[in-house]
Write a protein that binds this ligand. Structure first.
Ligand code: ZN
Length: 142
């Protein structure tokens, strides 16, 4: 296991915009406010979602597009750097009209109906993702 020590600085409270991409809004906010590392939590609703499951044998994501309104029961994730750019990594749990839950890694194409996000900014060493040969993922280099 690798670890590093960060301290929590500001908490940012965001009201996400309707009809705009969830990940893109969070990424833009982090770029504009120079947030280099953070924990993010979101609740609200989406008009559609693009979620993924990582196939550990194939070492690739299977994307699944869900073209219907759903509640965001919980989406959480983090901010770090990938290839020198701020990268928002989020997973989400969504609720369909009949109560069925859909969940996964969030991709672009998840569109906000309403969203309340709280972003806890962290301060510490540069948090950078690097290719991990054991998993095929880009993981933190601590
Ligand atoms: Zn993920």
């Amino acid at each position: 296991m690798q670890s590093a020590r960060f301290s929590r600085v500001d908490s940012h409270v965001l009201r996400l915009e309707k009809d705009r991409d969830l990940l893109q809004q969070l990424t833009n906010y982090c770029q504009e406010n120079e947030i280099d590392a953070a924990h993010i939590s979101v609740i609200g609703a989406v008009t559609e979602a693009n979620v993924g499951f990582y196939d550990q044998d194939e070492e690739e994501y299977e994307e699944r597009f869900i073209d219907e309104p759903m509640g965001i029961i919980q989406a959480s994730g983090n901010v770090s750097f990938l290839e020198g750019e701020r990268f928002v990594h989020m997973h989400g749990t969504f609720c369909q009209e009949d109560g069925t839950v859909q969940a996964g890694h969030l991709f672009n194409g998840t569109v906000v109906f309403a969203g309340e996000a709280i972003l806890h900014e962290l301060e510490g060493p540069r948090l950078e993702r690097v290719q991990d040969p054991a998993t095929g993922l880009t993981l933190w280099d601590l």
